[in-house]
Design a protein around this ligand. Structure first.
Ligand SMILES: [Zn+2]
Length: 187
């Protein structure tokens, strides 16, 4: 009777991302929890009888679940979309599982693209979660931390000259896509 459980336990397609050596250690844990659906989202807290404001901290229009945060929410999905275009990918964003699978397919590759896609994806998930916590607990405003972006790409400067060619401000402008905001973060 336990045999039916074994295939599920053996299938760890996400291992290639979470164990990727190029992912920043600070981002790894959040990514791992997100993939295991163990992040303390509202949906999960409610199951434990903990009542908190139920809607998404970003759009305030849907229940906060892992699937909503990554990336049904139009705000977080547009962030991931911008990161993808910055990396040169123009594709429609799917559900959380689809995105994990898509990144996994690259993470398995030995090329530089596997390293940077895994790393940027982990950064994206970690930033979304961190900003969500900031909004919920400190009533902060949604913004990107230039240091996190910097930490993520700086590891690849040797293998990815295209990234080296950008300044911090340009990277942020590319990622968030708005000139004025980039100036704001740069100040
Ligand atoms: Zn939302």
């Amino acid at each position: 009777m336990y045999l039916s459980l074994i295939p599920q336990l053996q299938k760890v397609p996400w291992k290639s991302i979470v164990l990727h050596p190029n992912i920043h250690p600070r981002h790894k844990f959040t990514l791992w929890l997100a993939i295991l659906r163990r992040l303390a989202t509202v949906e999960r807290l409610l199951k434990f009888g903990i009542h908190v404001p139920p809607t998404c901290a970003f759009c305030d229009s849907a229940m906060e679940t892992v699937d909503h945060l990554f990336f049904r929410c139009h705000i977080t999905s547009s962030f991931w979309q911008r990161l993808l275009s910055w990396l040169g990918f123009h594709r429609a964003i799917g559900e959380w599982q689809d995105e994990v699978q898509w990144v996994c397919s690259y993470a398995k590759k030995k090329s530089g693209s596997g390293a940077i896609i895994s790393s940027v994806f982990a950064m994206c998930v970690a930033i979304i979660w961190r900003e969500r916590n900031g909004i919920r607990f400190q009533k902060g405003l949604f913004q990107l931390d230039r240091n996190i972006i910097y930490n993520s790409y700086v590891k690849f400067d040797a293998t990815l000259p295209i990234i080296e060619a950008f300044t911090d401000e340009e990277i942020i402008a590319l990622v968030i896509g708005v000139g004025e905001q980039a100036q704001e973060y740069g100040s």
